[in-house]
Design a binder for this molecule. Sequence first.
Ligand SMILES: [Zn+2]
Length: 274
Amino acid sequence: MKLRKVVEGLEELYPLWLKEEWDFPGLVLGDGERECEKIFFALDPTEKTALEAREWGADLMITHHPLFFRAVHRIPSTDPHGRVASILLGSNCALWVGHTNVDSSPRGTNDALCSRLGLLKTKPMEFQGEVNGLPAGMGRVGDLEREMSLEEFAGLCREKLPKTVQGAKMAGDARMKVKRVAVMSGAGDSFLDKAIDLKADAFLTSDLRHHPALDAIEKAKALGKPMGLVDVSHFSSEFPWFDFALRDIENKFEGLVECRLCSLYTDPWSGIFI
Ligand SMILES: [Zn+2]
Protein backbone atom coordinates (compact mmCIF):
# COMPACT_ATOMS: atom_id res chain seq x y z
CA MET A 1 0.00 0.00 0.00
CA LYS A 2 1.21 3.51 -0.81
CA LEU A 3 2.68 5.54 2.04
CA ARG A 4 0.23 8.38 1.36
CA LYS A 5 -2.68 5.95 1.95
CA VAL A 6 -1.10 4.83 5.22
CA VAL A 7 -0.71 8.46 6.27
CA GLU A 8 -4.37 9.15 5.40
CA GLY A 9 -5.41 6.23 7.61
CA LEU A 10 -3.17 7.34 10.47
CA GLU A 11 -4.69 10.80 10.32
CA GLU A 12 -8.20 9.34 10.48
CA LEU A 13 -7.23 7.67 13.77
CA TYR A 14 -5.23 10.67 15.03
CA PRO A 15 -6.47 13.78 13.18
CA LEU A 16 -4.02 16.64 12.86
CA TRP A 17 -6.68 19.24 13.79
CA LEU A 18 -6.34 17.99 17.36
CA LYS A 19 -2.74 19.15 17.59
CA GLU A 20 -1.66 22.02 19.82
CA GLU A 21 -0.90 25.25 18.01
CA TRP A 22 2.90 25.05 18.53
CA ASP A 23 3.17 21.46 17.36
CA PHE A 24 3.85 20.07 13.85
CA PRO A 25 2.91 16.39 13.76
CA GLY A 26 2.32 14.41 10.55
CA LEU A 27 4.62 13.16 7.79
CA VAL A 28 8.11 14.54 8.46
CA LEU A 29 10.21 12.47 6.02
CA GLY A 30 9.25 10.25 3.13
CA ASP A 31 7.79 9.86 -0.33
CA GLY A 32 4.05 9.23 -0.37
CA GLU A 33 4.31 7.27 -3.62
CA ARG A 34 6.56 4.57 -2.17
CA GLU A 35 5.16 1.26 -0.95
CA CYS A 36 4.74 0.91 2.80
CA GLU A 37 4.36 -2.47 4.49
CA LYS A 38 6.60 -2.51 7.54
CA ILE A 39 5.84 0.01 10.27
CA PHE A 40 8.19 0.47 13.21
CA PHE A 41 7.10 2.25 16.42
CA ALA A 42 9.27 4.10 18.93
CA LEU A 43 8.57 6.85 21.44
CA ASP A 44 11.58 8.90 20.32
CA PRO A 45 13.37 9.35 16.99
CA THR A 46 16.97 8.80 18.13
CA GLU A 47 19.99 7.36 16.36
CA LYS A 48 19.54 3.99 18.10
CA THR A 49 15.82 3.69 17.38
CA ALA A 50 16.39 4.73 13.75
CA LEU A 51 19.15 2.09 13.40
CA GLU A 52 16.80 -0.57 14.78
CA ALA A 53 14.12 0.50 12.27
CA ARG A 54 16.69 0.27 9.46
CA GLU A 55 17.88 -3.15 10.59
CA TRP A 56 14.33 -4.51 10.49
CA GLY A 57 13.82 -2.99 7.03
CA ALA A 58 11.04 -0.62 8.10
CA ASP A 59 9.29 1.43 5.41
CA LEU A 60 7.89 3.83 7.99
CA MET A 61 8.86 4.77 11.51
CA ILE A 62 6.12 6.21 13.73
CA THR A 63 7.27 8.14 16.77
CA HIS A 64 5.39 10.08 19.40
CA HIS A 65 8.03 12.76 19.88
CA PRO A 66 8.95 15.10 17.02
CA LEU A 67 12.30 14.90 15.28
CA PHE A 68 12.37 18.71 15.02
CA PHE A 69 10.86 20.89 17.74
CA ARG A 70 12.06 24.22 16.39
CA ALA A 71 12.74 25.73 12.97
CA VAL A 72 15.62 23.89 11.32
CA HIS A 73 18.04 25.38 8.81
CA ARG A 74 20.37 22.44 8.17
CA ILE A 75 20.42 18.71 8.83
CA PRO A 76 24.02 17.47 8.46
CA SER A 77 24.59 14.00 9.87
CA THR A 78 26.91 15.48 12.51
CA ASP A 79 23.81 16.97 14.16
CA PRO A 80 21.82 14.43 16.27
CA HIS A 81 18.57 15.18 14.44
CA GLY A 82 20.30 15.33 11.07
CA ARG A 83 21.86 11.95 11.87
CA VAL A 84 18.40 10.40 12.41
CA ALA A 85 17.15 12.02 9.19
CA SER A 86 20.11 10.68 7.20
CA ILE A 87 19.73 7.12 8.59
CA LEU A 88 16.02 7.08 7.74
CA LEU A 89 16.29 8.74 4.34
CA GLY A 90 19.30 6.58 3.48
CA SER A 91 17.26 3.44 4.07
CA ASN A 92 14.05 4.72 2.42
CA CYS A 93 12.26 4.75 5.75
CA ALA A 94 9.66 7.50 6.17
CA LEU A 95 8.89 9.21 9.49
CA TRP A 96 5.41 10.09 10.73
CA VAL A 97 5.06 11.84 14.08
CA GLY A 98 1.91 11.56 16.17
CA HIS A 99 2.43 14.00 19.03
CA THR A 100 -0.23 16.24 20.63
CA ASN A 101 -2.81 14.95 18.10
CA VAL A 102 -2.21 11.48 19.59
CA ASP A 103 -2.44 12.83 23.15
CA SER A 104 -5.93 14.16 22.40
CA SER A 105 -7.26 11.37 20.17
CA PRO A 106 -9.40 8.48 21.40
CA ARG A 107 -7.09 5.53 22.17
CA GLY A 108 -4.11 7.88 22.23
CA THR A 109 -1.58 8.33 25.05
CA ASN A 110 -4.10 9.55 27.62
CA ASP A 111 -6.67 6.82 27.01
CA ALA A 112 -3.86 4.28 27.21
CA LEU A 113 -2.83 5.66 30.62
CA CYS A 114 -6.44 5.40 31.83
CA SER A 115 -6.65 1.85 30.56
CA ARG A 116 -3.48 0.76 32.40
CA LEU A 117 -4.88 2.23 35.64
CA GLY A 118 -8.37 0.82 35.08
CA LEU A 119 -10.08 4.24 35.20
CA LEU A 120 -13.82 4.23 34.54
CA LYS A 121 -16.20 6.83 33.03
CA THR A 122 -13.31 8.79 31.54
CA LYS A 123 -13.67 11.98 29.54
CA PRO A 124 -11.20 14.60 28.27
CA MET A 125 -10.04 17.26 30.74
CA GLU A 126 -10.49 19.71 27.88
CA PHE A 127 -13.01 18.62 25.24
CA GLN A 128 -11.96 19.50 21.67
CA GLY A 129 -14.51 17.61 19.58
CA GLU A 130 -15.35 14.09 18.45
CA VAL A 131 -13.24 11.62 16.49
CA ASN A 132 -14.89 8.48 15.12
CA GLY A 133 -17.84 9.13 17.46
CA LEU A 134 -15.68 9.36 20.59
CA PRO A 135 -14.80 12.44 22.65
CA ALA A 136 -11.33 13.87 22.02
CA GLY A 137 -9.25 16.46 23.83
CA MET A 138 -6.30 16.91 26.16
CA GLY A 139 -5.96 14.83 29.34
CA ARG A 140 -8.58 12.59 30.89
CA VAL A 141 -10.53 12.55 34.12
CA GLY A 142 -12.25 9.45 35.46
CA ASP A 143 -12.82 7.25 38.50
CA LEU A 144 -10.70 4.50 39.98
CA GLU A 145 -12.53 1.19 40.33
CA ARG A 146 -12.38 1.68 44.11
CA GLU A 147 -11.36 4.38 46.49
CA MET A 148 -7.79 4.11 47.78
CA SER A 149 -5.23 6.23 49.62
CA LEU A 150 -2.93 8.54 47.66
CA GLU A 151 -0.03 6.32 48.67
CA GLU A 152 -1.80 3.29 47.25
CA PHE A 153 -2.61 5.18 44.05
CA ALA A 154 1.06 6.13 43.61
CA GLY A 155 1.93 2.44 44.11
CA LEU A 156 -0.65 1.50 41.46
CA CYS A 157 0.96 3.93 38.99
CA ARG A 158 4.39 2.44 39.66
CA GLU A 159 3.05 -1.09 39.24
CA LYS A 160 0.97 -0.56 36.09
CA LEU A 161 3.21 1.78 34.10
CA PRO A 162 6.51 0.93 32.36
CA LYS A 163 9.35 0.59 34.85
CA THR A 164 11.87 3.43 34.94
CA VAL A 165 14.42 4.47 37.56
CA GLN A 166 12.17 7.30 38.71
CA GLY A 167 9.27 5.08 39.75
CA ALA A 168 6.41 7.22 41.03
CA LYS A 169 6.76 10.35 43.18
CA MET A 170 3.89 11.52 45.33
CA ALA A 171 3.01 14.95 46.71
CA GLY A 172 0.28 15.51 49.29
CA ASP A 173 -1.08 13.63 52.30
CA ALA A 174 -0.28 9.92 51.79
CA ARG A 175 -3.52 8.91 53.55
CA MET A 176 -5.90 11.15 51.62
CA LYS A 177 -8.65 9.30 49.78
CA VAL A 178 -8.46 9.09 46.00
CA LYS A 179 -11.26 8.08 43.68
CA ARG A 180 -11.53 10.77 40.98
CA VAL A 181 -8.29 11.01 39.04
CA ALA A 182 -7.10 13.40 36.32
CA VAL A 183 -4.28 12.25 34.05
CA MET A 184 -2.10 14.05 31.53
CA SER A 185 0.52 12.10 29.62
CA GLY A 186 3.83 13.91 29.16
CA ALA A 187 4.65 17.20 30.87
CA GLY A 188 1.29 18.25 32.32
CA ASP A 189 1.95 21.13 34.68
CA SER A 190 -0.06 23.54 32.54
CA PHE A 191 -3.12 21.42 33.45
CA LEU A 192 -2.72 21.62 37.24
CA ASP A 193 -5.38 24.35 37.53
CA LYS A 194 -7.72 22.39 35.29
CA ALA A 195 -7.33 19.30 37.50
CA ILE A 196 -8.25 21.46 40.50
CA ASP A 197 -11.29 22.88 38.63
CA LEU A 198 -12.38 19.32 37.81
CA LYS A 199 -12.21 18.48 41.54
CA ALA A 200 -9.81 15.60 41.00
CA ASP A 201 -8.60 13.89 44.17
CA ALA A 202 -5.28 13.24 42.44
CA PHE A 203 -3.50 14.33 39.26
CA LEU A 204 -1.07 12.01 37.49
CA THR A 205 1.42 13.51 35.08
CA SER A 206 5.19 13.84 34.52
CA ASP A 207 7.98 16.43 34.69
CA LEU A 208 6.39 18.37 37.56
CA ARG A 209 8.57 21.17 38.93
CA HIS A 210 8.86 22.47 42.49
CA HIS A 211 6.87 25.72 42.23
CA PRO A 212 3.92 24.61 40.10
CA ALA A 213 3.53 21.46 42.24
CA LEU A 214 3.69 23.36 45.53
CA ASP A 215 1.34 26.08 44.29
CA ALA A 216 -1.22 23.53 43.08
CA ILE A 217 -1.26 21.67 46.39
CA GLU A 218 -1.66 24.92 48.34
CA LYS A 219 -4.34 26.22 45.99
CA ALA A 220 -6.42 23.03 46.14
CA LYS A 221 -6.16 23.01 49.93
CA ALA A 222 -7.20 26.67 50.14
CA LEU A 223 -10.27 25.90 48.01
CA GLY A 224 -11.26 23.20 50.51
CA LYS A 225 -10.65 20.28 48.12
CA PRO A 226 -7.10 18.96 48.61
CA MET A 227 -5.51 17.30 45.58
CA GLY A 228 -2.61 14.86 45.60
CA LEU A 229 -0.02 14.67 42.82
CA VAL A 230 1.72 11.69 41.31
CA ASP A 231 4.68 12.29 39.01
CA VAL A 232 6.05 9.45 36.87
CA SER A 233 8.73 9.63 34.19
CA HIS A 234 7.75 11.31 30.94
CA PHE A 235 8.60 8.07 29.16
CA SER A 236 6.36 5.84 31.25
CA SER A 237 3.41 8.22 30.96
CA GLU A 238 3.45 7.99 27.15
CA PHE A 239 4.82 4.57 26.28
CA PRO A 240 1.48 2.79 27.10
CA TRP A 241 0.09 4.30 23.86
CA PHE A 242 1.73 1.39 22.06
CA ASP A 243 -0.67 -1.00 23.87
CA PHE A 244 -3.28 0.41 21.51
CA ALA A 245 -1.39 1.82 18.53
CA LEU A 246 0.07 -1.35 17.01
CA ARG A 247 -3.25 -3.20 17.23
CA ASP A 248 -5.34 -0.25 16.01
CA ILE A 249 -3.08 0.42 13.03
CA GLU A 250 -2.89 -3.26 12.04
CA ASN A 251 -6.70 -3.43 12.24
CA LYS A 252 -7.09 -0.21 10.26
CA PHE A 253 -5.07 -1.60 7.35
CA GLU A 254 -6.46 -5.12 7.65
CA GLY A 255 -3.28 -7.12 7.43
CA LEU A 256 -1.69 -4.99 4.69
CA VAL A 257 0.96 -3.74 7.09
CA GLU A 258 3.22 -5.40 9.63
CA CYS A 259 3.91 -3.54 12.87
CA ARG A 260 6.81 -3.85 15.29
CA LEU A 261 7.62 -2.03 18.52
CA CYS A 262 11.16 -0.79 19.20
CA SER A 263 12.98 -2.94 21.76
CA LEU A 264 14.77 0.07 23.31
CA TYR A 265 13.63 2.19 26.22
CA THR A 266 14.45 5.82 25.49
CA ASP A 267 13.93 7.11 29.04
CA PRO A 268 17.08 9.26 29.46
CA TRP A 269 17.51 8.60 33.21
CA SER A 270 19.77 5.73 34.17
CA GLY A 271 20.09 6.08 37.92
CA ILE A 272 18.59 7.66 41.03
CA PHE A 273 20.28 8.13 44.39
CA ILE A 274 18.24 8.74 47.53
ZN1 LIG B 1 6.13 13.60 25.50
